[in-house]
Design a protein around this ligand. Structure first.
Ligand SMILES: Nc1nc2c(ncn2[C@@H]2O[C@H](COP(=O)(O)OP(=O)(O)OP(=O)(O)O)[C@@H](O)[C@H]2O)c(=O)[nH]1
Length: 800
């Protein structure tokens, strides 16, 4: 037994625990409430114990008459789902002046909660207004009208059952109360007479109480079922007391007393909260409005139920949250079977909520249920979003690793990364999407599409998943395009290399030769290289496995590869022709080859009879010929026949002019100047040769006559003769071998320091005293300098 309200009128919060322990809480609406009221020490507790097997304390007569039950006590029937309320006796001596006030409160409390109100009356008091508790009954009737109608507007039409303003689960909840008068210590008075007397008293009270206008003419039977039961004297007729008690007990337990229409519409799990709300309102002397109380209860209970249901979900989600949304900065990890787990958890929560919340105001239950679903949905969404985002990232990684770790890349054919690229990339794409679908449970989502629509907490899942999948497909498409572009680019580069390998080496030879048919030859080289490349390109496009049709392959070859090769050919030609300075070198070389060497390639000796002017003109024309030959690209043939749909060729490359007009003029001018210098040197060499050959014979005769004495001295002196015999062949050999040219640098290197030294010594010797140098020193220096100058001139000439 539990004291719900104590003597000081405090509500006991342990009531919920008591209801839990006595297993009332899970009963839903499948329980009943009976309360007993009546005078103090009138055997109320005794009767409840007899009827319901409860153990309310009763008075010990040997200790005198005193108040046992204080406040409101509550117990549970030993067998059935019946809550029994034992109220403090009325007319309490202990309460004194306050008794009436308290009686009104406890009666209101009992009326709000109990379907059956047992009114305990001594049989001998029937007919007496106060003794028979008629004043209390008047209070009960007035309070009932106030409680369950809350005003005239809510009064039902004549003859109709009155209804609560709150409907439960769409069904109007009926309210009516059974007033069961139990006549105690009934001995001999005819039961019928007693009943009639009581009924008359009750009717009189009903007629005299103030009622709302609309309820003025309604009979009491609209609101109360009045019943009577007599119990014999407990002491004098103990057996009969027991048997009648058992009969009344049976009537309670076989649902003859409790009717559906008496139900207060308070679910067992909300009974404690409801009772507390009602009592606190009564205690605070505020107007007790049952519908409002129920609405409040519905709010409180639905919130509690939702909280309990949400807690279960939280517990399920916690380990998954730790994996998907780690708070310690560790990398997130996917959760296997995430969606089915979320679905099961949210369904369980919703079912558990609905299983309890349906007993409360449908509107409130719907609102709270919707809040709960939103909360669960939000929690699940955070995880689901994280999972699908992770799944998307993993899918992209999978695609990339599939592409990079494809059989193509890991086999010797990797040198041709385009080979079977179509199949490889398609496989990688399929694998990536499969991975995403697995991790985001796309199949389960589709299968549960009907179930998770509307207000379901996971209703976001399909849209989220398909949105992420759409974005993933776009990302993979981009990845695919990029990878395909790379692969195709590699294929194109390979084709270009094929072209260049076939084109560049022979082109260089052709341009180097620069024969008059240079462009015919270059075109032939280009066209041959293109034929090779064209075949290779068709093969490469076929190998990609990207599904190129013959027509598309042809388009790609003609519109992509060919212009590229053509561009490359033009670039190669321009590179081979070179910059203007290189071009000038080529021109001067060509001039030199023509001017300095004869047809056999032998260096020319510009003798006195050589026609240097004619040679010079011919050689210069030969050099200038290069300008006309190579100044403009004149390729022809298949390589140059681009289709009109071809992509445009880079203008800077496509321009056929290699040497602009001003460059040509400039080159001609420079060639002219350089050739002129060479011509002058040649001319000097020829003049020198003329001088050597023009020494007259008589000069040699004169030389012999004038030097006869010296010749004789030499011939007669063996030493001088020997020296002459040695020196003359040496001088001749030196002349014939061009000793000044060969030995010039060595001689210069040897003489220069000596000359420097001599110069220094000379300066030192002459500095203070002799300001005029000696003739021999100056002549020596002069001869040395002139000798150096001559050698330099010779050297330069020979070098040229
Ligand atoms: N004469 C008679 N005495 C009874 C009957 N039932 C109980 N008593 C006795 O009346 C006394 C009071 O019984 P309780 O059951 O404690 O009465 P109560 O109305 O619960 O008393 P409070 O809780 O103090 O208001 C006890 O001594 C009982 O033995 C009955 O039917 N007839």
């Amino acid at each position: 037994m539990v004291q719900v309200v104590n003597y000081e009128e405090d509500f006991n919060h342990e009531l919920q625990s008591f209801l839990n322990e006595t297993r009332i809480t899970p009963l839903g609406f499948d329980y009943h409430v009976a309360a007993i009221m009546g005078p103090q020490s009138s055997g109320k507790s005794t009767l409840l114990n007899l009827l319901f097997g409860t153990k309310f304390r009763t008075m010990d007569e040997s200790s005198g008459r005193y108040q046992v039950t204080q406040g409101v006590w509550l117990g549970r029937d030993a067998d059935a789902g019946i809550i029994v309320m034992d109220l403090e006796g009325t007319d309490s001596r202990e309460r004194g002046e306050e008794a009436a006030n308290y009686e009104r409160k406890s009666a209101l409390f009992a009326l709000a909660l109990a379907e059956v109100l047992i009114v305990n009356v001594w049989a001998q008091d029937v007919g007496r207004y106060n003794a028979a508790n008629m004043s209390l009954l008047k209070t009960v009737m007035e309070l009932d009208l106030q409680l369950f109608f809350g005003g005239a507007a809510a009064v039902p039409p004549e003859g109709a059952e009155h209804k609560d303003r709150i409907s439960e689960g769409g069904k109007p909840r009926m309210h009516k109360t059974r007033l069961l008068f139990v006549l105690r210590d009934h001995v001999s008075s005819p039961f019928e007479t007693l009943c009639n007397t009581l009924r008359t008293d009750v009717d009189n009270i009903w007629n005299t109480i103030s009622k709302p206008d609309a309820a003025r003419d309604t009979p009491i039977t609209n609101y109360f079922d009045i019943d009577f039961f007599a119990l014999p004297h407990k002491v004098l007729m103990a057996d009969m007391f027991q048997s009648k008690g058992a009969e009344l007990r049976r009537r309670f337990h076989e649902n003859e007393v409790f009717l559906e229409e008496y139900s207060r519409g308070v679910a067992a799990d909300g009974f404690a909260a409801y009772a507390e709300g009602v009592w606190e309102t009564i205690r605070a002397n505020r107007e007790l409005d049952i519908p409002s109380q129920k609405e409040m209860l519905a709010h409180v209970r639905c919130e509690q139920i939702a909280k309990e249901a949400t807690l279960q979900v939280d517990e399920t989600l916690a380990p998954m949250k730790a994996k998907l949304l780690p708070s310690d900065g560790s990398p997130a990890d996917v959760v296997a079977e995430l969606f089915p787990t979320l679905l099961a958890a949210s369904d369980t929560a919703v079912e558990s909520y609905e299983a309890s919340a349906f007993r409360y105001s449908a509107t409130v239950a719907e609102v709270k249920g919707s809040d709960m679903r939103a909360k669960i949905g939000g929690d699940c969404k955070a995880l689901f979003d994280a999972q699908v985002a992770l799944a998307s990232d993993l899918a992209v990684s999978s695609f990339r690793s599939q592409v990079s770790a494809s059989p193509v890349a890991s086999t010797p054919t990797a040198s041709k990364p385009w080979k079977n690229w179509g199949a490889v990339s398609k496989g990688a794409l399929d694998e990536a999407l499969k991975k995403f679908d697995e991790l985001s449970a796309t199949d389960s989502l589709s299968a549960s599409a009907d179930k998770i629509s509307g207000a379901h907490p996971l209703s976001f899942a399909i849209a989220t998943s398909s949105g992420v999948r759409r974005r993933l497909c776009a990302t993979l498409d981009t990845e695919m395009e990029r990878a395909t572009a790379d692969v195709v680019s590699t294929a194109r580069t390979s084709c270009l290399k094929t072209f260049q390998d076939a084109f560049k080496p022979p082109l260089n030879t052709v341009l180097e030769l620069a024969s008059t048919d240079v462009w015919d030859r270059a075109s032939e080289v280009g066209n041959t290289a293109w034929e090779v490349t064209e075949k290779e390109a068709r093969k490469v496009y076929g190998e990609t496995g990207l599904g190129f049709t013959a027509e598309r392959t042809e388009d790609a070859v003609q519109d992509d590869i060919k212009p590229m090769c053509y561009e490359k050919a033009l670039t190669d030609i321009k590179d081979a022709v070179g910059t203007p300075s290189n071009f000038l070198l080529r021109m001067t070389k060509r001039f030199d080859d023509e001017f300095r060497f004869d047809e056999r390639g032998v260096p020319r000796h510009f003798g006195p009879t050589e026609d240097i002017e004619a040679l010079f003109v011919a050689a210069r024309e030969k050099g200038e010929e290069l300008i006309d030959l190579l100044g403009e690209v004149k390729l022809t043939g298949s390589l140059t026949t681009l289709r009109t749909s071809s992509r445009s060729i880079d203008d800077s490359v496509a321009e056929p002019v290699i040497l602009a007009e001003h460059l040509k003029a400039d080159l001609r001018e420079q060639l002219k100047r350089q050739a002129g210098a060479v011509f002058m040197e040649a001319k000097r060499a020829q003049e020198a040769a003329k001088v050597t050959t023009k020494v007259p014979l008589w000069l040699f005769g004169l030389l012999v006559i004038l030097g006869w004495n010296e010749i004789m001295i030499v011939l007669r002196n063996p030493v001088l003769l020997l020296l002459t015999v040695i020196i003359l062949p040496v001088l001749y050999m030196g002349y014939t071998l061009d000793a000044p040219t060969l030995l010039g640098p060595a001689v210069r290197a040897t003489l220069n320091p000596l000359l420097e030294q001599a110069k220094t010594m000379l300066e030192q010797a002459t500095a203070p005293e002799a300001s005029v140098p000696t003739t021999s020193g100056l002549s020596g220096l002069s001869s040395a300098s002139s000798s150096t100058t001559v050698m330099s001139g010779n050297e330069a000439l020979h070098k040229d």
